[in-house]
Design a protein around this ligand. Structure first.
Ligand SMILES: Nc1ncnc2c1ncn2[C@@H]1O[C@H](COP(=O)(O)OP(=O)(O)OP(=O)(O)O)[C@@H](O)[C@H]1O
Length: 232
């Protein structure tokens, strides 16, 4: 079954101590849809995005990518699913400062079988050079904000995932770099038919998504696709 299709059913995302961070009774995302997730600070957007990657501290209910329910998998099986199907771009990039761009972009290789690691490294190197990044071996600590963000994109895409999740990818960029990154994310999603879900406050980015979901107080309050639809 197509892993790019997302179904949430009675999802509750909880903190380590059991407080509710986000609750979504029902949500369906079609394969290849580009979704923006907006809403005020503290609304639960990152918590929901992390749950979609199987990284919530705790959760109840179902996060179904195709026929795989992340909630029913062990932590090891969730990590394996992520390494195969999900590309993640974190807020503030979360790069390993002491490593070069290529080492950062191929971190996921450690979670994949030996047989696919070489292909993955080649793909990461190809992407870095296509993104015009400086010397792949140089520590990323010396990179500019835009360059760091491109390393994060190369890392998210090196294993050719069918799902791309990004948490405020343009937050630390100037407007020209933000627009370039939005172009890149949408091209990567559309060219390969990837499902793209992006948490963002950036109105320019949100305006270019197929559909924008708005959250408040841990709940989805609006689902906008061409014509606004208030959720009951
Ligand atoms: N692990 C956790 N334990 C306890 N509280 C948490 C945890 N993670 C997030 N929170 C709290 O849950 C709320 C939602 O956080 P979240 O990061 O999901 O919001 P957000 O909508 O992404 O906000 P922002 O736009 O500021 O990034 C916040 O009040 C946050 O402090």
């Amino acid at each position: 079954m197509d892993k790019r299709a997302l179904k949430l059913r009675d999802l509750t995302v909880l903190s380590e101590s059991g407080s509710v961070l986000a609750a979504v009774p029902r949500l369906d995302v079609a394969p290849g849809e580009a979704i923006g997730l907006s809403g005020p600070s503290g609304a639960g957007k990152s918590s929901l995005l992390f749950a979609l990657a199987g990284l919530a501290p705790q959760m109840r209910g179902s996060v179904l990518w195709g026929d795989t329910d992340l909630g029913s998998l062990s932590a090891t099986a969730r990590a394996a699913f992520r390494a195969r199907h999900i590309g993640l771009i974190f807020q503030d990039h979360l790069l390993f400062e002491e490593l070069g761009a290529l080492a950062n972009a191929t971190v996921v290789a450690g979670f994949r079988p030996r047989a696919v690691r070489r292909a993955l490294r080649l793909e990461a190197a190809r992407r870095l050079s296509a993104l015009s990044l400086p010397e792949a071996a140089r520590d990323v600590s010396h990179f500019s904000g835009g360059e760091r963000q491109r390393v994060a994109v190369a890392r998210a895409l090196a294993h050719r995932p069918s799902i791309l999740l990004a948490d405020e990818p343009t937050a630390s960029l100037d407007s020209a770099n933000a627009e370039r990154l939005t172009d890149l994310l949408l091209a990567e999603a559309r060219d390969a038919g990837r499902t793209l879900i992006v948490v963002s406050h950036d109105p320019n980015l949100l305006a270019r998504m197929d559909r924008v979901l708005t959250m408040a107080h841990g709940a989805l309050v609006n689902d906008f696709k061409g014509t606004s639809r208030e959720l009951g």
